[in-house]
Design a protein around this ligand. Sequence first.
Ligand code: 5GP
Ligand code: MN
Length: 343
Amino acid sequence: MELSKDHIERLRELLARPAQRIVILSHTNPDGDAVGSSLAWAEVLRGMGHAVTCIVPNKYPYFLDWMPGIEEVVVFKTDTEGRAARAVSEADILFCLDFNAVSRLEILSDTIEANTTAVRVLIDHHLSPDAGFDLVFSHPDSSSTCFLVYCLIEALFGTEAITRRMAELLYVGMMTDTGNFAFSFLTPELFRAVAVLVEKGIRIPDIHNSVYNAYTEGRARLFGYAINRKMELIQDGTVAYMSLLESEMRRFQFQQGDSEGFVNYALTIKKVKMSAMFLAHRKFIRVSLRSRGDVDVNLFARKYFNGGGHKNAAGGKSFVSMRETIDHYVRSVAEFAAEGHLG
Ligand code: 5GP
Ligand code: MN
């Protein structure tokens, strides 16, 4: 990972000011990379004597509950005491981790737009970051934000500064964002970083079990239902989609995070190059997109669903009914294919 020396020096100067009040923000529907990178970075900053508050817009999935320090993360949506708003208004520095635009904070966006003049630092691996950050570490060629944070710690202090606790947190994001080391950007540097984390004493099988084998019975049954009853193939079997209505989710006692991985599953079918999941929420439908190889779902998400993300994993939203959303998807896929984007 080539980090800009100038940027590192600017970060070092920023952090050399004593006892800064720091807020670390991450994206809506926080995942293992969002939480892992935020908590690890918080540990580093606290070690330097700064006061740190980690904030996420809504709750992280229950299978991350075990992560060291997660109980201190302020969940804006259920924060009745106003801790998040207060921390933001008092902050000297805001670190934005694992997202590329303030709009990705959704219900928390207004608080950030209105309540702070803090210095804004972006540490992220999504494509096309927004303007408006004072210092930008944007590395779309990093497989996770956790790996990027690892590289920042290494550049600032050397890997000696990484504790076992930080190592566990960083490993979670490296593992989850790469689909357990199966997706892109699996560089030698990443595996060298993992080797260092192993030297710190992390237990990979335990972390794997805690994240991937910790679902409820309802989730397992919902998965079977979704694949068997709700998965559809179009475009001569090369494009898949799946949808879940709120009533269907209720039937399986759905909890936040239960649909994690469903959208990837269609890509286990050899012919499938692109897959979508439509998940109904009260006010809109959340769209998840995945692809393999050269099929660019970041482009697709931007063009048709007002979203974005990475080339092979992206998302967006739809504000019409499930039926209309699916019709729009089917039409958009046909147009995308006609323009040559499906190979
Ligand atoms: P997921 O399907 O796991 O929710 O998201 C996959 C990727 O797409 C993530 O990197 C996420 O940040 C991005 N993404 C998901 N939803 C949206 C959205 O509404 N807007 C943008 N710009 N990116 C999104
Ligand atoms: Mn990430």
